[in-house]
Design a protein around this ligand. Structure first.
Ligand code: ZN
Length: 313
């Protein structure tokens, strides 16, 4: 039975990840060479994208056959298995950053490498493909930055189609990371708390967020971050949804929480300002009215947290 749809961009990955096949090296080699398999090349962590066929059609991910991609790989190129699509094709992501940009050579005139965030914001490729690109980007980024053993410093080898690295010297195993982050909307009656980080674009307010620390539960992280950043005490933390966030590999865990206190004290470091907004103000802003501030667009989980709470009132 299918899962309920998740409202967040980069979620709802449609592939079968076939984790049981990753250890089967013969199967993996066969799929990597199979002319029916497809590769999406990445260059500087940007996926290859084909232009629109007609205006308004949307762009397509540049899924290329092995014979177009394999000649451009070097012995150090990272290639990871993404999964099997509904047509039974094996899909791979491969990093070609070590060589000359193929946009100017082998792929000239076909398309270009594009920033994933821009593609997500503009809604130019389908949600399912955005989710697959998030998976590919996080995986490639991890391999490029984790070539050496964290235990002994020796160069490590990629194993299991990219889902593990093993140190040939001390035998330590290393797995691709996912870093959990809580992002939460604290509410009190008919008001919700939003804050501004100094780096935010002018006028934007969003949900508060922070990394979960070792040995901490989701609820404890929500309560700690709310107290540290805004001086607000919360209770009754409720989970809403999660969003994979490939910058480089966070998992945003969206929650709502009830504030027990109202007086805001910002830390001045992570937040420069935080204040309470009424449900009516937020409803108007979501509907596109100018109220002198704005909230993140629909591709951000903060938007979904705000919208869910507004729609309940
Ligand atoms: Zn080692």
């Amino acid at each position: 039975m299918a899962l309920e749809p998740n409202p967040n961009i980069f979620a709802n990955n449609p592939l079968d990840r076939v984790s049981d096949k990753r250890t089967d090296e013969a199967w993996l080699k066969e799929k990597m060479d199979d002319p029916e398999s497809r590769y999406v090349p990445f260059y500087n962590l940007q996926p290859f994208v084909l232009p629109e066929v007609a205006p308004g059609d949307g762009k397509d991910i540049g899924w290329l056959p092995p014979q177009m991609v394999k000649p451009l790989m070097t012995s150090n190129s990272v290639t990871v298995l993404l999964g099997i699509n509904k047509r039974g094709r094996a899909l791979f992501a491969t990093d070609l950053s070590a060589g000359e940009n193929p946009e100017q050579t082998a792929f000239k005139g076909m398309g270009e490498f594009e920033d994933l965030r821009g593609l997500a914001m503009k809604g130019e490729i389908t949600p399912g493909e955005l989710a697959i690109m998030a998976q590919g980007k996080s995986m490639i980024d991890w391999h490029l930055r984790h070539g050496f053993c964290a235990n002994c410093g020796y160069p490590t080898d990629m194993m299991e189609a990219g889902y593990k690295r093993v140190c040939p010297d001390c035998k330590a195993e290393h797995f691709p990371r996912t870093d959990p982050v809580v992002i939460m909307l604290a509410t009190r009656g008919d008001k919700a708390l939003l804050g501004r980080q100094p780096m935010f674009p002018r006028g934007m307010f969003s949900s508060l967020a922070g990394f979960i620390e070792p040995g901490e539960s989701i609820e404890e992280a929500v309560a700690r971050e709310m107290m540290e950043e805004a001086g607000i005490q919360v209770r009754n933390v409720r989970y809403h949804s999660t969003q994979p966030w490939p910058y480089p590999s966070q998992l945003m865990i969206g929650c709502h929480a009830e504030a027990e206190t109202e007086e805001v004290t910002v830390d001045g470091i992570e937040l420069e300002e935080a204040r309470w907004f009424s449900r009516d103000e937020l409803r108007a802003v979501l509907a596109g009215e100018n109220k002198g501030f704005w909230v993140p667009p629909a591709f951000a989980i903060a938007h979904q947290l705000i919208r869910h709470w507004v729609d309940q009132g």
